[in-house]
Write a protein that binds this ligand. Sequence first.
Ligand SMILES: Cc1cc2nc3c(=O)[nH]c(=O)nc-3n(C[C@H](O)[C@H](O)[C@H](O)COP(=O)(O)OP(=O)(O)OC[C@H]3O[C@@H](n4cnc5c(N)ncnc54)[C@H](O)[C@@H]3O)c2cc1C
Length: 372
Amino acid sequence: MLAPLSLELQLDLPDEEPYDVVIIGGGPAGLTAAIYAARAKLKTLVLDKHPRTSALGMTRKIENYPGIPKPISGSELLDIFRSQAIQFGAEYIQAQVTSVDLLKDPKEVISSAGTFYGHTVIIATGAMGHKPSIPGEAELIGRGVSYCAVCDAPFFAGKDVAVIGDNDEALDELEFVGKFVKSVYFISPHREPRASAQSFERAKKLPNVVWLMGTRVTAIEGNGKVTGITVEREGKRERLPVSGVFIYLVGAHPVTDFLNGQIELTPQGCIRVDPETKMTNVPGVFAVGDVTCKEIRQVVIAAAEGAVAALEAEKFLRKRAKARSDWAKTESPPNGSVPAQSKNLSSTEIVSLPSGERRWEHFALKREAASD
Ligand SMILES: Cc1cc2nc3c(=O)[nH]c(=O)nc-3n(C[C@H](O)[C@H](O)[C@H](O)COP(=O)(O)OP(=O)(O)OC[C@H]3O[C@@H](n4cnc5c(N)ncnc54)[C@H](O)[C@@H]3O)c2cc1C
């Protein structure tokens, strides 16, 4: 029997009021866009794969960001960006975006933390993407090879798997995977992980991890589904029978895999934008920072582009002839939803969602009315 028309329509509608702006990526470009969008009273959401996987988050020391005269670590600078965005009312959810439908309104953004809707979308996913490079990897994507533990770990309950990588994201994902599987090989190309001491200490306590540091994966094997991997350490090769491989290697490619061809790219795989407005070929969709590939890749440039895109998104939403940057005076939001100014904020305050999973945590989301 056909479903009643009203039910079909209901299923198509988002549960919550859509965001004015959904920003994909929480590096300097995405977080600056969030600062400007939230300050312009737009209902703003940042979806970020991991607070430490930005090119800036991985930078040990930065000393050329204006206004910060003493060298600080990239992750410290990123924490400041994030707190400032949240202070203006932006929401920040740690989640990996896996696909999008940008051609409808509101636009749909599917992530490991659920589906979100926005009247505009700003893509700021950077250029640290890994391209399948291990023999067997490309052929077995979705057949045992995964890049998202939150999405796929439950499929490997009680099995043996491998996690490849050595940054904070890899270690956090290891922790998540470890809860489901029988055992997990953690395989790092370096002898020491390139991650924070806290992440490493936490991961070291997991009971079912076999640590293979200074080890390379030379092949992923399987016929239709993963059955094992070959690793090489100190000239010796070994085959490990596993049914899942979670890969968190960093590369140098613009991160656009979740777009499924909906946005025009350059021949180099970068998102093509209007140089003035940062708008892509899809109206209401903007792209900023390293994902648009420029000759000079710097934090200050990514941040500046984030500001431009947010103000252009505001112009688009409110159908202005010119962008407006003076947001000291109040202005009604375009869709009637007001992001409250936040109080008592700290970027380290973590509020768990009822699911209890780390991936679903919000950072410092204590929103109170600005009036009191
Ligand atoms: C080693 C190194 C040193 C550097 N040193 C300096 C320096 O000293 N000074 C300077 O100005 N610049 C420096 N840079 C360059 C600078 O870090 C980058 O130009 C800048 O970080 C780019 O910002 P971005 O926001 O475009 O991308 P990124 O900073 O890479 O941020 C991208 C964000 O998108 C998120 N993301 C990716 N995929 C998804 C997804 N599917 N779903 C959700 N989120 C996703 C990532 O987690 C990340 O948070 C350095 C870069 C490197 C690699």
